[in-house]
Design a protein around this ligand. Structure first.
Ligand code: NAP
Ligand code: SF4
Length: 788
């Protein structure tokens, strides 16, 4: 494995301009579109398997040690300068893992540009001083440090928000005020000053955030920019703001300071830019002094998913490929890239989406087969596995802790104002707090249960030096994850299981399947400590006919748990009632509506489903959507009167709700279960429209007087209970998705349990089944493992 000293140090593999870096930069003539077809290389590759990905590349006057950039992520450690040591540790770990450059979370150039009222603009002295820790730590790890400058515009979650025009985004409660010409000029100057400050803080460059619907993107699109002065009204005028920002920064910083611009290569919103407008902008940005163009996909308010698991890998790389043909500076491809194989194929020209595109126009015929970019940007995959590049260099991609694009511990946290972390790596952003120190007292530890909690506990224990064995009652490990990976769009979850098993193998952890054990047995057979991670089992609701249906005793109607359905033990018929509409209910509805026979969705089909087109003539990459309807009739039923899917995860729930709606499922809320028999599922539902009931409840909750409020809510409940109508869903299958209960190994006597307690640690669903998810299970497992 090649090691690289800190950039700028005398032993660095990265030549500074004075060491000849500038001369090495002239791999192409600036301002000339490149000839397509060949990846541009400047230096020797380091891995026979990923030669392009791991070869150095010149960006402006600097050389990057490979083509992997850690993309910008708001981790929640940015806002308070007191968190700088934690942010530094986070960045250092990723730099040590081999990435070439790290882009920070977004920092606003002005107060108005803050995302929240509590952020600090990069003109704040204390903030700038604190960042020295971050840049030093990144350099110690051998990577370049790039600060992202992000002005939120109308996405500012505060009353100071400003934008190109008076406007309000559909995802913010705060209207934004139109900027005056003086404010525009002052903001451009503030960008330049922030870049100067970034350099003083030790950064090697800045990334100007021009995508995802933030201020600069707002100036670029008619959707928001309604101005008639020199900052709007024509494409040239709308493009003036980003071009002036880049010019101002370039003029304020030395030549060897990287100016990266994150360009929206696809807006994916009505009134967004055309491809030609974007390509013209790219040419102007290059001429204005940008050293690199990073790709951004989709505004935050877009109704098309861009990063969740169900989005096919590298789904939008064709848009970056088009950009690459028009400029000569390096371009960075991003979105749904999470393996070195995909990354290498995007850069070496061998990438092509399975099934082709939705439109056979000249553009898409030409673009596959050429490199889609010069570098890749990955963000979440580096949360999941800081050693992504090191593993690629060592040809150990099989050991990757792969990002499954679930958003559960990263983006969901960010949107809830919590610190980001990672479902499969709870140490992410907690590097200084959740440490896996070498064990001082090496022990034999038995882990009961081979679901993700057990497997990740075993890995953490073994990393600390303990001798670990896993005992799984079933014939395969994986538990609930093994079910999740059967859900359409979640097929990649299997990579997580494969990876952790490979790492356990390397660590020498023995896995015993078909081996039910309890803690007492393991302790008596010589283990010093036991981790019980025996997981959960589906909860069986108690209404008439359920037990009989499960036993196959009802003519023409079968009842099954979600586990029986998804594992293939039982098969659903043509008409299905899904009972319970939590995360698993939605997963099951998508499973039932699927038409792909377990195969991942091809890009062409996905584009058609969501209405995305590669046709350059289309504005913002949008076209008419053609949702796929499943073959089955599906009813989703829940007892709560609230709109269905409220409990789904913050940033992915809307995708599941939209997918199920596209599939044509009927959603029934406020149901009472009367029973299952050969006619189907009998329920009662409120006589009044649930929307009216929810509105009445909302009004009642706003009543100021506590007693009156209580009485109004009680009256609504009484009305709902009394005014109900019977309904029979004439289904042939009822699937129970009604939550879970803990599974514990065979009971041992309470006295024995008490005596064993100090040496037995119960984690995950075995500990608490309610609202269990893999995030909580894995975090608890690793925390316990860190203490043994
Ligand atoms: P869940 O979210 O608790 O949903 C189960 C639903 O079943 C409840 O919301 C409840 O709704 C209903 N239910 C519970 N007990 C019942 C009973 N005795 N009779 C009839 N209905 C009953 O649990 P889950 O769907 O099993 O999901 C488990 C965990 O996995 C959750 O924490 C979830 O976050 C996570 N997960 C998330 C996703 C995702 O967001 N995409 C996907 C999979 C799993 P009513 O009372 O209203 O009927
Ligand atoms: Fe990836 Fe999920 Fe981890 Fe986020 S929480 S980094 S999406 S695996």
């Amino acid at each position: 494995m090649t090691t690289t000293a800190a950039p700028g140090s005398s032993t660095s593999a990265t030549p500074s301009p004075s060491q000849g870096g500038a001369a090495a930069a002239s791999a192409h003539t600036s301002g000339q579109p490149r000839s397509s077809g060949q990846p541009r290389t400047s230096g020797q590759p380091r891995s026979p398997k990923y030669p392009t990905l791991l070869s150095p590349i010149q960006v402006g006057k600097r050389q990057l040690r490979n083509r992997v950039i850690m993309g910008s992520m708001h981790t929640g450690l940015e806002d308070d300068p007191a968190d700088a040591p934690k942010l530094a540790a986070f960045c250092k770990r990723r730099a040590q893992g081999g990435v070439a450059a790290i882009v920070t979370g977004g920092f606003p150039p002005t107060m108005e540009g803050n995302l929240t009222p509590f952020g600090h603009p990069f003109t704040d002295e204390e903030t700038v001083a604190a960042h020295r820790q971050v840049t030093d730590a990144t350099h110690e790890g051998g990577a370049l440090a790039i600060l992202q400058l992000l002005h939120s515009g109308r996405y500012g979650y505060h009353p100071m928000a400003v934008s190109a025009s008076d406007t309000q985004s559909p995802i913010s409660p705060f209207p934004a005020r139109e900027m005056t010409v003086e404010e525009i000029e002052a903001t451009i100057a503030a960008y330049a000053q922030s870049a100067v400050n970034a350099r003083e803080a030790g950064y090697d460059g800045v990334q100007v955030m021009g995508s995802e619907g933030y201020l600069i993107n707002q100036f670029l699109a008619e959707r928001v920019n309604q101005r008639t002065d020199e900052w709007g009204g024509s494409v040239d005028n709308r493009q003036r703001f980003p071009v002036e920002v880049v010019k101002a920064i370039r003029a304020a910083v030395p030549e060897d300071f990287i100016v990266d611009y994150r360009i929206s290569v696809l807006d994916l919103v009505e009134g967004g830019q055309t491809q030609e407008e974007i390509l013209q902008l790219a040419e102007k940005l290059e001429a204005a002094g940008a050293d690199m163009l990073s790709s951004g996909i989709g505004w935050h308010e877009a109704k098309i998913p861009t990063i969740v698991t169900s989005v096919p890998r590298a789904a939008f790389s064709w848009a970056t490929a088009a950009l690459r043909e028009r400029v000569s500076i390096p371009v960075v491809v991003s979105n749904r890239i999470n393996t070195p194989e995909v990354a290498e194929s995007l850069l070496d020209g061998s990438w092509a989406p399975a099934g082709g595109f939705a439109h056979d126009d000249a553009n898409t015929e030409r673009l596959p087969g050429t490199p889609q970019g010069d570098l890749v940007s990955m963000a979440r995959p580096l949360l999941a596995d800081p050693d992504f590049v090191r593993r690629a260099e060592a040809d150990e991609a099989n050991l990757l802790n792969i990002c499954i694009a679930c958003n559960q511990a990263c983006l969901d946290h960010t949107f809830d104002n919590q610190r980001a972390s990672c479902l499969v790596n709870p140490r992410a952003c907690y590097e200084t707090e959740l440490e896996l120190l070498p064990a001082t007292d090496v022990k034999r530890v038995g882990v009961i249960g081979g679901g993700v909690a057990g497997l990740f506990a075993a890995e953490a224990l073994a990393q600390r030096g303990h001798a670990v064995e896993v005992f799984e009652a079933a014939d395969k490990v994986g538990g609930q994850f093994r079910l999740a990976m059967m859900i359409p769009g979640k097929e990649e979850f299997v990579s997580s299981l494969v990876g952790v098993q490979a790492r356990l193998d390397k660590l020498g952890v023995k896995i015993h399947t078909d081996s039910p054990r309890n803690a007492q047995e393991l302790l008596e057979s010589g283990f010093d400590e036991v981790v019980v991670a025996s997981g959960v089992t589906p909860r069986i609701p108690d209404f008439p006919g359920v037990r009989e249906g499960l036993a196959g005793e009802i003519d023409g109607v079968e009842v099954m748990t979600y586990a029986e359905l998804v594992s293939g033990v039982k098969r659903a018929g043509r008409s299905v009632a899904v009972v319970g509409a939590g995360g698993i209910g939605f997963d099951v509805a998508e499973y039932l509506q699927d038409y792909r026979d377990g195969k991942p969705q091809e890009l062409k089909s996905w584009n058609e489903q969501w209405g995305v087109t590669t046709d350059p003539a289309a504005r913002a990459g949008l076209t008419t959507a053609h949702p796929h309807r499943g073959q089955r009739e599906v009813f989703m039923v829940q007892r709560k009167i609230t709109p269905m899917g409220k409990t789904l995860n913050r940033t992915t729930g809307w995708v599941h709700r939209a997918t199920v709606a596209m599939g044509g499922a009927e959603l029934i809320v406020g149901a009472g279960y009367e029973g299952v028999d050969s006619e189907g599922l009998h329920i009662t539902v409120p006589a009044t429209d649930p929307k009216a009931i929810n509105k009445a409840m909302k009004d009642a909750k706003n009543i100021r007087n506590k007693e009156e409020r209580k009485e109004a809510l009680a009256q609504i409940e009484r009305d709902m209970a009394e005014n109900r109508v019977q309904r029979t869903l004439g289904v042939d299958t009822v699937v129970l998705c009604t939550g879970q209960e803990s599974v514990r190994p065979d009971e041992i006597s309470p006295d024995a349990a008490e005596a064993l307690r100090p040496r037995v640690h119960v984690v995950g669903g075995a500990d608490v089944a309610a609202e269990l998810d893999a995030k909580r299970a894995i975090r608890q497992a690793v925390e316990v493992a860190a203490q043994i």
